[in-house]
Design a protein. Sequence first.
Lengths: 438, 201, 246
Amino acid sequence: MANVFSNAFSSLGEWVNERAPGLMPVYRKHMTEYYAPKNFNLWYYFGSLALLVLVNQIVTGIFLTMNYDPSASGAFDSVQYIMRDVEWGWLIRYMHTTGASLFFVVVYLHMFRGLMYGSYQKPRELVWLLGMLIFLVLMAEAFMGYVLPWGNMSFWGAKVIVSLFGTIPVIGKDLVEWIMGDYLPADATLNRFFALHVIALPLVLLLLVVLHLAALHEVGSNNPDGVDVKHGPKGNRWDPTKPADGIPFHPYYTVKDLVGVGLFLAIAAFIIFFQPTFGGWFLEHDNSVPANNLVTPAQIKPVWYFTAFYAIVRMIPSALGTAVWGVLGMFGAIVLLFLMPWIDGGKVKSIRYRGTGYKVALGLFVLAFFGLVLIGTDSTAELIPMLFGAGVDVTSLENLFGRVMVLIYFGFFVFLWLYTHLGWEKTKPVPERVTTHD
Amino acid sequence: MANEVVDQGRRRFLTTTTAVVGGVGVVAAAVPFIKSWEPSAKAKAAGAPVTQSLKKIEPGQQLIVAWRSLPVFIVNRSPAQLAALPKQDGRLVDPGSDGASADQQPKYAQNATRSIKPEWLVMIGICTHLGCVPDYVGEMKAEPFDPNWQGGYYCPCHHSRYDMAGRVYQGVPAPKNMAIPPYHFVDDATVQIGVDAEGNA
Amino acid sequence: MTKRYISLFALAFGLLLGTSAAMAEGPELPDAGTNLRDTASLQRGAHIFFNYCVGCHSLKYLRYERIADDLGLTQDEVMKNLDFTGGKFGDPVVSHMPPEDAQKFFGKAPPDLSLEVSAKGENWVFAYLNAFYLDPKSPIGWNNTVLPNAAMPFPLWELQGEQVPVMKPATPGDDPQIEKLTLLHPGKLTPEQYQQAARDVTNFLQYASEPAALERRHYGIWVVLFLLGFTFLAYLLKKEYWKDVH
């Protein structure tokens, strides 16, 4: 029985191979003969998980599109139609909404991995730039998707985020009207965001993901030791000319990633089935109220994954009669990440062998990021009275805390440049070959 | 430790087991997506049985109600129209509705008048040729398409003709008698379309 | 190494879940104590809703048929005991009052309550139902401590009775503040019975906000267990293959 199947498969393989001899080499190059360093740790799961979530978003998104009505009058009702009248519609929608938040969890961890092990450094600058582009497009994609349910948070979120462009001198006001196609977020806005969310941006994302992977496989993967296995000794049990510390991606990392996939899906399923709103973090309470252009929700704040950048806008005051500085700060916070390969002039890649200054700076940078998330989600408004008593001046404490966090965020990049380019960093010796700890 | 013997049997067993369990998971995950294409609760509600009072329909009159968006003809057939039915048998394709049209009505309407009560015709008003809605031509007088017309239906699309029980005439494009939906009488003056007396849809 | 990371992630995830749960509701509202698995409570809540609330409030996303299916009621029971507006079994729940009339009577159309618990939380709804008091200054005669100046008269007064406020000792310069509410005239129910009734209505509205919550928990446990089982298998497979790697 098993023989019948394997014979059928191998003759099918031959049939395809005769007609498309170029396919097998591509498969080998990226799977069975892609030699990845053998010392990947837990941080290396998040790349494949991001790909998994992307597939989930596309599949569930296609099925949501089948029942969603992209009009200001019908959008909100159609979401409830999906949640109640369409068989299993609730599951498909929760998979999409939970997937959106988990996408950012996974991508942030993936980016942090890159910072920790110097994955942006030469020769992987292009991989990093493409990854940052993915992050940027993902933010646009997520924002437009957030507008589609046309709840009151969708409406006011759209209004506030689009208004960020209004701070640009001279053209700002016209630009805002052009983006919305109206004077407030309206039918026209919803329609164009829908088109961009379901067709244009996913295509761009897919293209960028392919390029990101292609660029990675040209230079090879980094690893927790930051030692380039391509430059090390040659010869492993599969191929005498390949890196001694490399192992074929398939089957070794496919089976390893499968463990990560299983665990990740179990966590995702737990959220989808038991905590789909995640206490208002993944799906906000105020978005259960239909869009209303006359009533602003009590708190306008973006979903958690934007809040770090949004908090920067809030913490930078206006000056010289314009609010553009906050917006510049927000975009600057992302642009600086793009420039990491050139800001960091460090001689070693991995945090394991870098100077203490780098370790402290990166730790503070992560703390600042979390601090900004807390401010952006308005959690500080609840936490400050809890910590300092009810009588304190919440706003000024929050501003103080927030501005320190903004300074640390930007200070990280300034410090890193000085630290590495002026030769202050004392590194530890990097081993010749990768190490394994398990 | 370098080249210790690989237990190929265990490896193959684990690969197969993981693949099978994973495959089961993928198939199970596909079920909700496939099921989401079933008619939604909204579509089902719109297709729910329709109740219609018969009080205001005079003999010879037709009322059209929508059931699952389909036009349903309810006709109070006059004694003259009923008397004309058996005389048509020779000109019809399937007068007993037991040939080509055997599946065009529930068992309880497979009779000479194709109805539960002789005077009340309840029928889906869709031509069996290509789906047009035939016109009700109830008067028994000479018509351009039939000098000996005894009342019935005339389809404007391709000129198919039916008698007062929705039975198709010979020599027209339509192959079958028009369909009778499941229905029953709630009381003497009320009919419910879409479900029979036993509750079967 | 890996174990350290795993426990770190588990800790972070647990913390996140904890904070999210703690911050889901405002800290000051008491727990509504609703339970979606308590079908009897849902049925009682539905009865109160359809006897006292549906006059003004619709549930436009919830169909009678769905109520029957989810609350274990027959079509006859729902149509006789709950549907007083002549809607069909498959129709959504509409209110008695045309919106134009409502606008005229209350100055603002009573909101649809399909998503009230999603928007405000069950604790808010429960507290709101306990917070009505007589207020001669209000044009409708009623006010509410949870939603001051609510445009809604108290429909459940004959159950709870009539509450009046007890004011805090006045401090000069500040507006007078309500310390608590006390029952002036008892209603048909004792305070304990009324608490239960309010809890039942809240429970029903929580169900109405997300009918899928019933199914979702039912399937969830099996999905998670299956995935954990799969993960274990994948782990064994990984161990087996990684014997090659030294």
